[in-house]
Design a protein. Sequence first.
Length: 136
Amino acid sequence: MMDRRPLAIPALRRIWTASLVAAAGGSFSLVAAFAVLALGGAANFVLSTFRNAITQACTDDAMRGRISGAMTVVLVGGPQLANLLHGAIGALAGPRVTIGAGGVLTVVTVAVVLRAVPELRRYAATRTPAAAGSGR
């Protein structure tokens, strides 16, 4: 069975970003905005699950706590920094332009990272003989 995570992760990131752009940058209906945000939230949930599984599977036991700590700092601090930037730019350019530009910047950033780190596209979960025997 083929591992589809390398294909799913960028696709889920695009769905999440597109939902933000559509909801805030291009939607004129509150109901439509909520609907696409719900879709985006579901995509982000699955994406987070994949990210955590890959991080834990690819990190040596001795480094797992440090890597988990670093991920926590990024996942907690990153949105706060984004809130600051969105607020400052939003005051100048308006909320629709700011959120739309943020979505486009996210898509571009993901494309650049995927091109710069091709291992992310080629990631495949492997089962060691010990893991295969344990039923994991």
